[in-house]
Design a protein around this ligand. Structure first.
Ligand code: NAD
Length: 382
């Protein structure tokens, strides 16, 4: 294997493709001399930018010293110096490009959700296995400092038996009339692959299965709170996709997780996502970066008495978990893992089947809400 890895990057003009994957991951890795392998040697990344707009690609390439870019995906995939195809395009246009990359013999790494459906994602997984190429899906939340600290607590046995997980994700996304919306409008149109359930349940699936247990069943209420929004051109449009999803997830080990996901909520938390985990021996509250704990021995004994003012400073009774580590950007850390997986077959369990499980949870959540009932996850996907 050469000490360079050519990587076609499609969708680098987008929010995720540009900032998290190109700047914070691939170019950051390039600037530090490549990904270090187990024998101490390094493999350098050589990006080829691909997209629809020549002007936008040339601008990015010139700004960041990237030599190769193209508006012709087929030609980029035919290039023998390229081994990996990465895709952060709109979800709805991803499957076709990934199939072409697999047919061209490239390893494939993609944003989540891998595609719009479980069936399509499993088909790509089968195609990639048959072609002998590696496949991976972004699982960025697992690499966040707050969740790495949670994982450390789980692995160290801090919680005893985990009873429940309570997650709050969200913030107010402006409608776009009075102040510009801070997310692309396709997120609010189901015909363009939008919706908070498909967006967030694939994250929650891998967070839950990697930290606490696989999801066995889901009960969800999915709604569109804000029916009209304004797009990038200031034009009003009908929001056909869900903008809030309230879910109860039953996990292996009888852990109950409840997670609210909403773009229609104002933040009164320390971070935009927060998970409280309660176990027999202790509890933790983790965000993107921080994580606070309360051990059983430090647990106060409040008495319910509405006639008295609050008797204890509850939020001050928690201790901060120390970093004890240098945390990389989560997207970059996963890029390094995927590159090692490609080059030296190091473990990277976050493949298309894992991605399909996330989409299966989203599909089950949508079905639960539409039919007003609890939905069990199919065994084939678990
Ligand atoms: N991992 C995460 O936390 C996370 C967060 C946000 C989005 N995402 C995922 O990343 C992907 C991109 O999301 P984004 O927020 O960067 O979107 P975006 O709208 O900012 O970018 C979309 C990209 O796709 C390209 N594109 C290709 N064909 C297109 C078409 N027909 N119409 C419009 N754009 C087209 C655009 O040029 C652009 O480069 C989605 O799959 C989304 O689910 C992941």
């Amino acid at each position: 294997m050469s000490d360079r890895l050519g990587v076609v990057m499609n969708g680098v003009t987008g929010r995720m493709g540009y900032r998290q994957h190109l700047l914070r991951s691939v170019l950051a890795i390039r600037d530090e001399g490549g990904v270090e392998l187990s024998d101490g040697s390094r493999v350098q990344l050589d990006p080829v930018l691909v997209g629809r707009s020549e002007a936008a690609l040339r601008g990015i390439a010139e700004r960041h010293g990237v030599e190769r870019w193209s508006t012709d995906l087929g030609a980029a995939l035919a290039d023998q110096s390229v081994q990996v195809y990465f895709d952060a395009q709109l979800t709805s246009v991803r499957a076709k490009a990934v199939a072409a990359a697999i047919e061209a013999g490239k390893h494939v790494y993609v944003e989540k959700p891998a595609t719009e459906t479980v069936a399509e994602t499993l088909e790509l997984s089968r195609m990639a296995d048959a072609a002998g190429v590696k496949h991976g899906v972004v699982h960025d939340k697992l690499f966040l400092p707050g969740l790495l600290k949670l994982r450390r607590l789980v692995e160290g046995g801090f919680f005893g038996r985990v009873l429940s997980v309570h997650g709050e994700f969200g913030y107010w996304v402006f409608e776009g009339d009075w102040q510009d919306a801070q997310r692309p409008s396709w997120n609010y149109r189901s015909e363009d692959g939008g919706g908070i359930t498909i967006d967030m349940f694939c994250h929650w699936n891998y967070v839950l299965e990697n930290l606490f247990g696989s999801v066995r069943a889901v009960t969800a209420k999915v709604v569109t709170h804000i029916p009209t929004r304004w797009d990038e051109h200031g034009e009003p449009y009908t929001a056909t996709a869900d903008d809030a999803a309230y879910g109860i997830f039953e996990l292996d080990g009888d852990v109950i997780a409840q997670i609210n996901s909403s773009w229609c909520v104002r933040v009164d938390r320390d971070e935009l996502v927060q998970f409280q985990v309660d176990g027999t021996e202790g509890s933790a509250v983790a965000g993107l970066r921080g994580c606070r704990i309360q051990h059983r021995s430090m647990t106060p004994k409040p008495m319910w008495n509405p006639d008295l003012p609050v008797t204890e400073p509850f939020r001050r009774q928690w201790a901060e978990v120390p970093d004890n580590d240098d945390f990389e950007n989560g997207f970059k850390a996963q890029w390094q893992q995927f590159v090692r997986h490609v080059v030296e077959d190091a473990p990277h369990p976050y493949d298309f089947r894992a991605g399909a499980r996330g989409i299966a949870l989203a599909e089950a959540g949508l079905r639960s809400s539409a039919e007003g009932r609890r939905v069990e996850l199919a065994e084939i996907i678990r």
